[in-house]
Design a protein around this ligand. Structure first.
Ligand SMILES: *Cc1c(COP(=O)(O)O)cnc(C)c1O
Length: 308
């Protein structure tokens, strides 16, 4: 197994964690962003790059751009997590904050891209982004050949489209489960409705999963219809418990969006299968004050895990 994989025993079966919190920039988004920007370097090396992001995609694009000599402009909403904004600045990305929601920031970014002829790097609805995230699926097949199901945090659906396409191609019996927070699970609502729908944005510990599918979703909605077997929702207190479990038991700092798969498993909502389950832990970029608050509440309550 890779060093970035951790396995634990559950009475009902074997669980493996795919730890993307160990990636440079702290989330899996570096995979898609790097693939996209390397292709761009071949196709259009003179262009400038623009991206809109709740944080992790922005960090990944700024990082991949700085590695390949592109200028990157990252647009975020005014409500974006401050830790992530500062991290993007440190990596060297130029920042523009606009509007009170992800979708408002996205519209602003589209205008800027038009005005300044910049190439927009979409966070999920792009085949080269999806292909990059799909490398997780290839690694799962290599490291865990008996894999029976993959549990994947789900927002716009680039991550699960990539992983799911690879796993279903290898073995259609492998189950692909998407997990979102109860507060604003846009893809789940869209799959139920049979078309992309919009939901109001709500405050959630899983800030990396906030945002809509885009007005003209081209790829991820249809790919999710094809490759996702089931979606599960987790509550804020289940996400908080999962973050605490990872810190207390495994000494790992995981962000809310990265912990939803753990939350689905720990809350008993995830049915296990007779082959190993891989839970994708998609990122670790949690705001310090949010993390400190969780530790204080949980530790104060004496909820330490025996033997940890
Ligand atoms: C972006 C992100 C996701 C969701 O990925 P999508 O491709 O939008 O479904 C999950 N977890 C983390 C940590 C992320 O940054």
């Amino acid at each position: 197994m890779l060093q970035t994989d951790l396995s634990v025993k559950d009475p009902a079966g074997q669980i493996h964690f795919k730890l993307e919190n160990f990636q440079p920039t702290g989330s899996f988004k570096i995979r898609g962003a790097t693939n996209k920007i390397l292709r761009l370097r071949e196709a259009d090396p003179q262009t400038g790059i623009i991206a809109v992001s709740t944080g992790n995609h922005g960090k990944a694009v700024a990082y991949a751009a700085s590695m390949t000599g592109f200028q990157a402009l990252i647009c975020l909403s005014e409500s974006a997590d401050q830790g992530k904004v500062q991290a993007i600045r440190r990596i060297g990305g130029e920042i523009e904050q606009f509007g009170s929601s992800y979708d408002e920031a996205a519209k602003h970014a589209a205008r800027l891209a038009e005005e300044r002829s910049l190439t927009m790097i979409h966070p999920f609805d792009d085949l080269e982004i999806i292909e990059g995230q799909g490398t997780i699926g290839l690694e799962l097949l290599e490291d865990l050949p008996q894999i029976g199901q993959a549990v994947v945090p789900l927002s716009g659906g680039g991550l699960i489209s990539g992983i799911g396409s690879v796993l279903k191609w290898a073995d259609p019996s492998i189950k692909v489960i998407g997990v979102s927070m109860e507060a604003g699970a846009v893809m789940q609502a869209s799959l139920r409705a049979g078309r992309p729908v919009e939901l109001p944005e709500e405050k959630t510990l899983a800030d990396a999963l906030v945002g809509g599918l885009g007005e003209e979703n081209q790829f991820t909605f249809h790919l999710c219809q094809k490759v996702v077997d089931r979606t599960l929702l987790v509550s804020e207190s289940e996400i908080e418990e999962a973050i605490w479990y990872m810190a207390d038991r495994h000494h790992l700092i995981v962000e809310g969006g990265g912990a939803v798969g753990i939350a689905a498993w720990r809350s008993g909502k995830l049915p296990l299968v007779d082959r190993p389950t891989a839970i994708v832990v998609s990122g670790g970029n949690i705001d310090n004050s949010v993390f400190a608050g969780i530790v204080q509440r949980k530790f104060g309550k004496g909820e330490g895990t025996p033997g940890s």
